[in-house]
Design a protein. Structure first.
Length: 258
């Protein structure tokens, strides 16, 4: 049951027929993990906290650097040298004290993810590291947790979601098979325009909320390519790969254990 203050805070959201009081209560009971609190994680976290997500787990082992401030909108000049996850927790708590914030000051790895992903309802991959993205994909697939993944380079962004709780879902490895040696390309090596991160990170928050509310999710199993220079968007439907080393292998293991 929403309190009077909650009804007032979320009134513009609650009046939407797609949300209502019931939907707002779903958001208030949801637990989301955000891996990476940089240019994507900053806007995504701000919008999810403002929307009244019940619990946010913020995962990042980096400290704030002057070069981050061009695009990572959670942080201010006086935050340099401080933990991203801890400063983000403070900023989000100030924005909405009703949200339970858990700061995890560490880089996510496969062992840590396997231990903690099962404790949340949904994961946002806001990293710029391809190896970690594959680990997030694999663990979410194993633990049957939905994940919203995104990346931005230059003016161009990509967005795709998977709901592994819904059975035979494709996964990120169907689209981009893991290789022994990954290319090292991220915003520190190729550059990035800040507002493109804001657009794509906000879209991640929107898709996450739609999953939690049980609404149709446009990016589910569909790769959206967002071009900032031309303000254009295209979509590519992803089919499950029968030779995928992640989701097809997961199904094989499950059937063998029955």
């Amino acid at each position: 049951m929403l309190s009077r203050k909650e009804l007032q805070r979320y009134s513009r959201q609650v009046m939407l027929p797609q949300v209502g009081e019931e939907g707002q209560e779903k958001l208030a009971s949801a637990r989301i993990m955000i891996v990476g609190l940089g240019g994507l994680g900053s806007p995504a976290a701000l919008y999810l906290a403002a929307a009244g997500i019940g619990e946010l787990h913020l995962v990042d082992g980096d400290q704030i650097d002057l070069s981050n401030l061009q695009r990572q909108v959670l942080y201010k000049t006086n935050h340099q040298g401080k933990s991203k996850s801890q400063v983000a927790a403070q900023q989000l708590t100030a924005a909405n004290p009703n949200v339970r914030i858990h700061a995890h000051f560490q880089m996510a790895d496969e062992a840590w993810l396997r231990q903690h992903v099962g404790q949340v309802d949904l994961v946002l991959d806001c990293t710029d590291n391809l190896a970690i993205r594959h680990q997030i994909n694999r663990i979410c697939c194993e633990l049957e947790r939905p994940v919203v993944m995104a990346s931005v380079q230059g003016f161009s962004g990509q967005l795709i979601s998977f709901d592994f709780s819904q059975g035979k879902s494709p996964c990120y490895a169907c689209l981009f098979p893991p290789r022994e040696q990954e290319d090292i390309q991220n915003c520190s090596t190729v550059g990035v325009i800040g507002p493109a991160l804001g657009i794509v990170g906000s879209a991640q928050a929107l898709e996450a909320m739609k999953i939690l509310l049980g609404l149709p999710v446009s990016s589910l199993n569909q790769l959206y390519v967002i071009e900032g220079e031309s303000l254009s968007m295209s979509a590519l439907k992803l089919n499950k790969s029968e030779i995928c080393p992640v989701c097809s292998q997961s199904e094989l293991t499950e059937s063998c254990n029955k």
